[in-house]
Ligand binder design. Structure first.
Ligand SMILES: O=c1nc[nH]c2c1ncn2[C@H]1C[C@H](O)[C@@H](COP(=O)(O)OP(=O)(O)OP(=O)(O)O)O1
Ligand SMILES: [Mg+2]
Length: 186
């Protein structure tokens, strides 16, 4: 059965395909149509967004809303992560944290699924810290070059997409989604 993934972000699709590898009975198809991202929590954006897309295509669909939350900045950029990445960027985020001891941060992902009957949300989070400088080996995207997952000594952007997808917030959320789909097939 085909499930449509409505996103404008190819990186998310690439990572989702790695995480869902081996899932039987379902195929994820990238749908490049935008949806209104209301001002609200990741959960609210996903709930409203997935219903909007379902009403357009009347087929099983997922959306994914993610955010990067920095503890010493009271959770900023959080639900504004996209806008802040595009307007400030990682250099300026590091400037905001220049003399800050508390480097704690986390990524959070919410996947919203709707098939006309079941509306489900799947959450993934990964905790870690903001690096003191931009560190990349050319992998990843957006905040990856300034985020070091707990227990690691590399940023997400220094890890291959496969290494990142073994531990990321997206891995946790899609893994829960995969378990839900497998339970439906039985
Ligand atoms: O794994 C990640 N590693 C680093 N940064 C990330 C990640 N996941 C999301 N992000 C960034 C991208 C965007 O700047 C913001 C989320 O915005 P978000 O609306 O979820 O993504 P998007 O607008 O790029 O795609 P979509 O069309 O699915 O809404 O945080
Ligand atoms: Mg977005």
């Amino acid at each position: 059965m085909k499930i449509y993934f409505a996103t404008g972000n190819q990186n998310k699709v690439n990572e989702a395909n790695i995480i869902l590898k081996g899932l039987e009975g379902y195929e994820l198809e990238h749908l490049k149509i935008p949806y209104a991202e209301i001002q609200g929590t990741l959960e609210e954006v996903s709930k409203v967004g997935v219903k909007e897309i379902y009403n357009k295509i009347k087929k099983p669909v997922i959306v994914e809303d993610s955010g990067f939350f920095i503890e010493s900045l009271n959770g900023f950029p959080g639900t504004y992560s996209k806008y802040v990445q595009e307007t400030l960027g990682n250099e300026k985020i590091l400037k905001l944290l220049k003399d800050e001891e508390n480097r704690k941060a986390y990524f959070k992902t919410i996947i919203g699924y709707f098939d006309g009957i079941d509306l489900k949300l799947f959450r993934g989070e990964i905790f870690g810290s903001v690096s003191k400088e931009i560190k990349t080996s050319g992998f990843g995207f957006a905040y990856d070059s300034i985020f070091i997952p707990e227990g690691q000594n590399k940023t997400f952007a220094e890890m291959t997409t496969k290494e990142k997808s073994d531990i990321s917030h997206r891995k946790l959320a899609f893994y829960k989604f995969k378990s839900y789909l497998e339970s439906k097939v039985k």
